[in-house]
Design a protein around this ligand. Sequence first.
Ligand SMILES: [Cu+2]
Length: 175
Amino acid sequence: MGWLETNAKAPKDAMEVTVIGRMWNFSYEYENGRRTDTLFVPKDQAVKLNLKAMDVLHSFYIPAFRVKQDMVPNKKDNFMWFIPQRVGVYEVFCAEYCGLQHSYMYSSVKVMENSDFQKWITDTTQVAAAANIESPGATGKKIMQNIGCFACHTIDGTKLVGPSFKGIWEKNKLL
Ligand SMILES: [Cu+2]
């Protein structure tokens, strides 16, 4: 059969990663529960990305790999797959206009040698070390980004759907 037939099924030995798209960022969850903002994959290994849109329509696009797939809220079997063949870092974009900060919705995919990837995915000490060096402010910002707060709130005083978080520390009321 043609290209569509083969592309519609991922190889059985594919490594699965869940991609979560929301206004306005991508995050990645691996089979062992690890979560990242950058997609890490091993070279020469089929990778199946299970695409989950948490709010509106997004589109997962890796220009260097020539792959793009719409991320449709509540769609079952919303996936794409590929076999990365060169070590390196490649850009990821949202290719579907999804609101005010759509153009900031980018990420990257890091292709690693398989042995490096295995070390990385099983290394829990690095996670702890990364968490420790970050300031509470940076950690808080990352959490808010990951759970989607910035779809309605800003930290620079600009009003979106909801009030800005700017200057609310130790205040009792918003606005
Ligand atoms: Cu988007």
